[in-house]
Design a protein around this ligand. Structure first.
Ligand code: NIG
Ligand code: FE
Length: 421
């Protein structure tokens, strides 16, 4: 047998969490979310930027051609996993909303603050004023923090510009971050994040601008893979959402939705009708919505950070969804208002405590399922030969320790595209 030549081999891992199950292709739903494909005393070999082989240390040592160029890493007593995928975030913004945090502690709700001109609108003011360089520098620091927590791919949204010029400015920053930062950034156009102040009295006019000016420009510049809409009472109605989704789809964009977060407005139903890649938040999803998700391949993305930070009375029914067989994913939703949480491992802890998910399920939800939530399940999210060599070594020997030690960063080494970063 010809041996595979390797650039890197990580061996002797106490647990190699592969999420690799040849019988189960695609996102993992229901009970399969607990099947992490753990190899004890595991090893993984890279061939340049790709994973070449995965197995027990003994097997890999037999399969791999070790040359003088091969870097050998001993992960004795440690946990080795795929790089985490944050499938929902707003990493480019300016300013801070610490004042609103204080207002909320004094009894005002997130939606009350938003309706009084704060919330998303206050970040919009700051982003419109900020230069592209300032936004890039801010975003770069955010990505550094995320990478430090073991995240190797991030979905990042625009949505704090809300004019053609400022949305394009944000998307260009997201694309530049993708090019210059080690993390892969997948840009999403979220011009429909809020009705800007100047269109408060004529929201349909703003929807027209999104459809007639923004989406064509974003598509022409190939600036975003996804188009997202905040479909919510007081923000975009299902009818307006439908118009935006139709246009984005016609321009070849894939779809996402902020759906059923504060009210059950039928966002999930719309997302499934349009075969969106994911529908996100879902705290107030209806039973019909859960049923429709089961019938389609739309991924439910849950945001435990928001549930915690906004103290949602009715958090997304994660247990009901998983017990019904759905492939749940988790994102941080990092943003300066509803979820100022950079750390995906902390979101995993919150998913356990707030949404009653098991530690194993949170691993699945932040690797293979979140990879599918950004339509990259064939390239990342599991330790499978041929996929990107995005790998994390953790300073612990059991996957449950990661959500358990809330707020403690156990990341030891991160490999992105086969190289240590
Ligand atoms: O995902 N729900 C809408 N958008 C964000 C909040 C953004 C903000 O408050 O700045 C979210 O929660
Ligand atoms: Fe969000």
């Amino acid at each position: 047998m010809r041996k595979i030549s390797a650039t890197v081999i990580i061996k002797n891992a106490k647990q190699l969490v592969t999420l690799n199950n040849p019988q189960l292709i695609g996102p993992l739903g229901g009970e399969a979310m607990s099947e992490l494909g753990i190899i004890k005393n595991g090893a993984i070999a890279f061939s340049d930027t790709r994973i070449a082989a995965v197995g027990t240390t003994r097997k890999i040592q037999n399969q791999i051609q070790i040359s003088r160029q091969t870097r050998i890493i001993d992960a004795r007593g440690q946990l080795v996993t795929p790089g985490l995928v944050d499938c929902h975030s707003h990493p480019v913004f300016a300013g801070s909303r610490a004042n609103e945090f204080e207002m909320r502690l004094q009894g005002k709700s997130y939606m009350e603050i938003a309706q009084a001109g704060g919330g998303i609108k206050s970040t919009v003011k700051a982003v419109r004023k900020a230069s592209p360089k300032k936004l890039f520098d801010n975003g770069y620091k955010v990505l550094d923090e995320m990478l430090g927590w073991g995240v190797t791919t991030v979905e990042g949204k625009s949505g704090y510009g809300l004019t053609l010029k400022d949305e394009i400015k944000m998307l260009k920053v997201l694309n530049k971050l993708n090019a210059q930062h080690k993390i892969d950034v997948i840009p999403t156009f979220l011009g429909a994040h809020d009705i800007p102040e100047e269109y408060k009295k004529k929201p349909d006019k703003y929807v027209g601008i999104i459809c007639d000016e923004m989406i064509p420009a974003v598509a022409a510049g190939k600036l975003a893979k996804f188009c997202d809409v905040f479909c919510e009472k007081g923000v975009f109605t299902p009818k307006q959402t439908r118009a935006i989704l139709q246009t984005a789809q016609a321009f070849g964009m894939k779809l996402k939705l902020h759906a059923d977060q504060f009210y059950s407005t039928g966002g999930t139903e719309l997302g499934t009708e349009f075969r969106a890649t994911s529908v996100d938040h879902l705290d107030l999803i209806s039973d019909e919505g859960i049923h429709l998700l089961r019938k389609t391949a739309v991924i439910p993305v849950l945001i435990p950070g928001c549930v915690f930070w906004l103290q949602m009375e009715e958090p997304a029914p994660a247990r009901k969804m998983i017990d019904y067989g759905l492939p749940v994913a988790i994102g941080t939703d990092l943003n300066p208002g509803s979820s100022p949480i950079h750390s995906l491992p902390m979101a995993m802890s919150l998913a356990c405590v707030e949404l009653k998910m098991t530690p194993a399920e949170t691993w699945c939800a932040t690797t293979i399922n979140s990879a599918h939530a950004v339509d990259c399940g064939d390239k990342i999210g599991s330790l499978s030969p041929g996929k990107k060599a995005d790998v994390v070594i953790w300073d612990t020997d059991d996957y449950r320790e990661i959500p358990y030690w809330f707020g403690k960063n156990l990341v030891q080494r991160v490999f992105k595209d086969g190289y240590e970063v």
